[in-house]
Design a binder for this molecule. Structure first.
Ligand SMILES: CC(C)(COP(=O)(O)OP(=O)(O)OC[C@H]1O[C@@H](n2cnc3c(N)ncnc32)[C@H](O)[C@@H]1OP(=O)(O)O)[C@@H](O)C(=O)NCCC(=O)NCCS
Length: 194
């Protein structure tokens, strides 16, 4: 049973969810966050996750036009990890996993299920790949202001996406994208100037 579908309960439940989420996280994230559905948030004790004003996290398909595959995942993987999210950013499903640092500017739009990570999570060397935490490649990711990330996109380690650019739906981004361009595909390549 999806509580959001029940007329009259939706608003009460949203108010309740937002109250408890912000009661728990506002002092950690720095600002109040608008949540629709319940995101997963994992922030180790000394890690830093700073959210700007008016950030919206949509974790329920009821509130996302294409629907979401899972709740928003905000996961900082160790106590030195740093996540910065600017003002007026919207994330629907998908999310962000941080080993070192991810910086997301102002007005950045994440299409449904778009996912960003600065790490491979596992080493590329074959020995003990399943469990080893040695030689896991990670590199800072930066997404500049007003970038529009199409739904179901994956942005991988080391990528810098310049201001106002667009990433087409379903892309896998492994290289830097200059400002004011559209890139797309797997691996994402230049499509056109804006
Ligand atoms: C990127 C996008 C905005 C481009 O739209 P557009 O300006 O109308 O671009 P066009 O359809 O003219 O396509 C331009 C080129 O990009 C290519 N292209 C468009 N979308 C692509 C995609 N998702 N992956 C790969 N290539 C793509 C086209 O094939 C075309 O290539 P060509 O010049 O070789 O023929 C649009 O395709 C898109 O992906 N929108 C995102 C929708 C979305 O996810 N919204 C959020 C929902 S929550």
């Amino acid at each position: 049973m999806n509580v959001y579908k029940i007329w009259g309960l939706r608003k009460i439940w949203l108010t309740f969810e937002n109250f408890f989420f912000n009661f728990k996280y506002k002092s950690i994230l720095g600002n109040k966050v608008n949540i629709y559905g319940s995101p997963y948030v994992f922030i180790p004790k000394n890690a830093s996750a700073k959210f700007g004003k008016n950030v919206t996290l949509i974790s329920s398909s009821y509130f996302s036009e294409p629907g979401v595959n899972h709740e928003v995942m905000i996961r900082l993987l160790n106590e030195n990890a740093k996540l910065t999210i600017g003002n007026n950013v919207g994330i629907s499903g998908g999310g962000v996993c941080v080993q070192e640092e991810v910086v997301i500017g102002n007005e950045v739009m994440f299409g449904a299920n778009a996912f960003v990570t600065d790490t491979d999570f596992h080493p590329v060397a074959p020995e003990n790949r399943r469990f080893s935490k040695e030689n896991v490649k990670s590199k800072k990711v930066q997404i500049d202001d007003n970038v529009f990330i199409g739904m179901n996109t994956v942005i991988l380690k080391g990528v810098h996406i310049g201001k106002n650019s667009i990433i087409a739906a379903g892309s896998v981004v492994v290289k830097d994208v200059p400002a004011i361009q559209i890139w797309g595909g797997n691996p994402a390549k230049f499509l056109r100037e804006l």
